[in-house]
Design a protein around this ligand. Structure first.
Ligand code: ATP
Ligand code: MG
Length: 197
């Protein structure tokens, strides 16, 4: 199965993100396909296609992570580009050392489970759309219009191993297991919910 580790987002945050999903035409003038609100997330680590045995090792390694809860807020919008091509438009994440710290723990857990290292710098973000050749002026206008985007801080209490399947219009994500982060002054964190099949 295709797997990734991510932070799910509270409903009120997804609601705010939804307000960003409009006003960006594609190159051929058709309507842009935005990520549906139920799919908004912050990827910590993309795992790709993983067999059942490796999924089990990854799950066990993730369940062993001990890290504290932290608060996070989304801030700004920007785009990933490759040369002239726009790869994705995303909402940014305000700098939070605890998030980088959690990412690093997830990365070493995944490598401990036997998967190859990622090797790319972690840029936390929430993908809003992967637009098809948007006119650059329109994209710039969109980014300026939403430059003051900012959510209230929200508490990150767990991270989640998701599977991803192709849907008819969008990918369908299914939470396989969530892993709790520890509350302040509480030692230990553990896995909750059912294990990976
Ligand atoms: P779709 O592929 O249908 O547009 P999606 O990209 O959201 O949807 P997946 O491709 O399964 O679905 O990706 C799941 C998550 O992992 C997304 O956050 C995606 O950005 C991220 N991801 C996918 N491929 C990679 C990759 N090669 N490297 C890093 N992150 C990736
Ligand atoms: Mg994809």
């Amino acid at each position: 199965m295709r797997l990734f580790v991510a932070l799910a987002l509270p409903e009120e945050i997804r609601w705010q993100l939804r307000l960003l999903c409009g006003g960006l035409p594609t190159g051929n003038g058709s309507v842009n396909r935005w990520v549906p609100p139920e799919n908004f997330h912050i990827t910590l680590r993309f795992l790709g296609e993983v067999d059942g045995r490796d999924a089990h090792y990854v799950d066990a390694a993730l369940a062993g992570i001990r890290a504290p809860r932290f608060s996070l807020r989304l801030k700004g919008v920007d785009a990933f580009t490759s040369g002239q091509r726009v790869k994705a438009v995303y909402a940014g994440v305000e700098k939070q050392p605890a998030l980088q710290h959690l990412h690093d723990k997830v990365e070493s857990a995944v490598v401990r489970a036997g998967l190859p290292p990622e090797g790319q710098k972690f840029t936390p973000h929430v993908t809003l759309t992967r637009p098809k050749d948007p006119p650059i002026a329109k994209l710039q206008q969109y980014l300026v219009e939403h430059s003051l985007f900012k959510t209230a801080p929200f508490e990150v209490t767990h991270f989640t191993l998701f599977s991803s399947e192709m849907g008819s219009e969008h990918s369908v994500y299914t939470a396989q297991r969530s892993y709790a982060l520890s509350a302040p002054q509480q030692s230990g964190a553990g896995a909750t919910e059912s294990s990976v099949a």
